[in-house]
Write a protein that binds this ligand. Structure first.
Ligand code: ZN
Length: 666
């Protein structure tokens, strides 16, 4: 399962499953350009970088400029040509070295600076950097594997600057370097080969090196899938990803990328680094498991970030998470509605198969029941994902249904044209949507974005001849809502009617033409609400979500203590697998703390619970299988793999366990 993580302004996060990484919006240094060579010899743990970078100063860099480079092995050379200056260093939050250059005389805006550099980055692991004998990941948003020039944003934070350039990467011949969104050419020597990557559009650069094979699909753009595992069907993934990108292009507007890359990285590296993948400009990086089977929600979300977070950057804090996470997830829902429409209701209500289940209506309700709620316009910390990818995308979906999809998407394309240079504030976004709609949507914005909670209603009905008397009472905050009403007649026929409510109590007369046996309000969960079938699950599971959220916030000890206190108190009337899920969480926490025996015991405990959580069962066996594989217990491994597959089959193969367990067995 994958969690997308959007890393803003070089904020450092560790429990990450899938990341969208983006630089902030900047008063950028002008025309930053790199001419860089990197020679990688994994056997010698060497990652040698040299070259030059140039840029023109702006008002913010008249007196000084900061360049960040990861701590290497041995000395780092960094020289400024022709400009008198002094330099001192400091260590930043990621453990990188910041070189602060202070100019002797203030520089005129537009002064050309030329730096040269040479160093060996080595193999010391850091956030987004990993190097072993067969694989290298050098993410540009984590630590600075290449010299990163800092720019000051309007809010005073320092950010990496996007640049253009040419990168010449030399590796042993059996390895292939990959840099997304570039054009490239290759030259080979007897023992090594060089790839030259060229970036005409400013970007932050990430480099991946492995024993890759490349499969190509010519969609509207060239699609490349870079596979490490022989068993991955790269051409199928490229073809489906191309159709997702084409579809989102028709809804969100054009992208300025030369090609699109899907880059595999080893599961082992994902486990070691805590990074489950990343969405980068012109590509996505995913661990092996995520590429076994094409998942429309996952790819829809990651490709959605090509617009929301890459093409269109948000400006200011208000609504920032909705403009990145919320909109990427909105794109993901459009993709599911288009390519896999039968599962769209699952996605809205309880989660899309094989994707993070809590990124759904139920996921939001669990959080709200656990007391974790914030207005969408003001999400903080991990709630950017937790609430932005649950309530957030459902609120945006409802907004699009109110304006009409065509109007909404036309406004989005317009936003893409208008704000792709200078960024988009939340206020800009709301104004563009209202303008396209042609009348005020303030009521919607206020009800859904500016306050917490979700609608809750009670309904009752009576039939009098050809009229159905329907009464709806809103229990908490009052919302103005368009709702569908599904009427079932005694002959089995059904009709769908559309109503609008906006008062605490609404009474309606609906025409009917036969004896009515059932009336369902919002049968397809088009409106996030406290549904009778979800509320008891949300309340019961709120204990689990509290533990999970502490885990996400990197507070394992607190998470563990809370889980244990709930288990000690006992879970009376446990119908929704709460005890099971708490033991599962304890297993995850202790496994991450490298205590495999304790973890194994917790997973076994989970399996003995009276009520199991069916959507977690396959994963519980899978976690046991992982631990069994690590200690070479073949009997336990076999047993756990078989049970993982059986449990997965009983759960519509939502987790693709057949393929996942295959990876463990070899
Ligand atoms: Zn995301």
């Amino acid at each position: 399962m994958h969690r997308c993580y959007f890393v803003k302004k070089s904020m450092r996060r560790l429990i990450i499953l899938v990341c969208l990484l983006s630089s902030g919006l900047l008063a950028a240094q002008q025309k930053l350009d790199y001419q860089l060579q990197v020679q990688v010899d994994p056997e010698k743990k060497s990652f040698a970088v040299q070259g030059s970078l140039t840029f023109e100063t702006n008002a913010a860099s008249a007196d000084s400029v900061t360049i960040v480079i990861s701590k290497g092995k041995g000395t780092t050379q960094l020289q400024l040509r022709d400009i008198p200056a002094t330099m001192y260093t400091s260590t930043n939050a990621s453990g990188d070295i910041a070189y602060h250059w202070r100019f002797k005389h203030p520089l005129r805006t537009g002064t050309s600076l030329y730096f040269s550099y040479a160093y060996d980055r080595g193999d010391a692991p850091s956030f987004q950097f990993y190097l072993d004998s067969s694989f290298c990941m050098a993410g540009g948003y984590g630590s600075a594997w290449y010299p990163q020039v800092m720019s000051r944003a309007e809010d005073g934070t320092d950010n990496y600057t996007r640049g253009t350039g040419t990168f010449r990467v030399t590796t042993p011949r059996h390895l292939m370097p990959v840099m997304a969104a570039s054009t490239f050419k290759t030259t080979t020597a007897p023992l090594t080969q060089s790839f030259e990557f060229h970036y005409a559009q400013p970007d932050i650069f990430s480099l991946y090196i492995g024993n890759y094979t490349r499969q190509e699909y010519q969609g509207r753009l060239p699609f490349y899938t870079y596979c490490l595992s022989k068993t991955i069907n790269g051409s199928d993934i490229s073809r489906k990803a191309a159709s997702v990108l084409d579809y989102l292009t028709s809804e969100f507007g054009p992208l300025a990328i030369p090609n699109f890359s899907i880059i595999e990285f080893p599961e082992k590296v994902s486990e070691l680094t805590g990074i489950g993948g990343a969405s980068i400009l012109g590509g996505v990086v995913m661990p092996t498991g995520a590429l076994r089977e094409f998942n429309y929600a996952l790819f829809g979300h990651e490709i959605g970030h090509q617009w929301w977070g890459n093409k269109i950057l948000s400006k200011g804090n208000a609504g920032a998470d909705l403009l990145s996470e919320g909109m990427a997830q909105y794109g993901s829902l459009q993709v599911v509605q288009h390519f896999d429409s039968t599962h769209a209701i699952d996605y809205r209500k309880t989660g899309y198969p094989g994707y993070l289940r809590d990124q759904s209506g139920l996921g939001y309700l669990k959080n709200a029941a656990a007391g974790n709620d914030e207005p969408l316009v003001a999400l903080t910390g991990s709630n950017g994902h937790i609430l932005g990818d649950s309530k957030g995308f459902l609120a945006l979906e409802l907004l699009s249904n109110i304006t009409g999809k065509q109007v909404f998407h036309k406004a989005l394309r317009n936003i893409g044209d208008k704000y792709n240079h200078d960024g988009l504030t939340w206020k800009n976004f709301l104004q563009e949507i209202s303008a396209a709609y042609g009348s005020s949507l303030e009521w919607f914005y206020q009800q859904w974005f500016e306050r917490t909670g979700a609608p809750a209603w009670q309904s009752s009905w009576q039939q009098q001849n050809n009229t159905l008397q329907l009464t709806l009472t809103q229990k908490d905050s009052v919302y103005r809502l368009p709702l569908e009403v599904l009427i079932t007649y005694n002959n089995g026929a059904t009709t769908l009617q559309h109503i609008t409510i906006q008062e605490r109590t609404t009474q309606l007369q609906l025409p009917v033409n036969g004896p009515v046996t059932a009336v369902q309000i919002d049968p397809y969960f088009k409106v996030l609400h406290w549904d009778d079938s979800l509320t008891p699950i949300a309340i019961a599971q709120s204990k689990v979500i509290q533990v999970l959220n502490l885990r996400i916030q990197q507070k394992p000890d607190e998470a563990m203590a809370l889980a244990k206190s709930y288990l000690q108190a006992g879970i009376p009337g446990d119908h929704y697998g709460v005890e099971f899920s708490l033991y599962y969480q304890l297993g995850r926490i202790t496994a991450a703390q490298n205590k495999p025996d304790e973890a194994l015991a917790y997973y076994q405990h989970a399996l003995q619970s009276a009520s199991r959580a069916p959507e977690l069962l396959a994963y519980t066996y899978y976690r046991i299988a992982q631990l069994a594989a690590a200690k070479n217990d073949t009997a336990l491994l076999q047993w756990a793999c078989n049970n993982a597959i059986t449990a997965d089959e009983a759960n519509q193969k939502a987790d693709g366990m057949e393929a996942k367990t295959m990876l463990l067995k070899k």
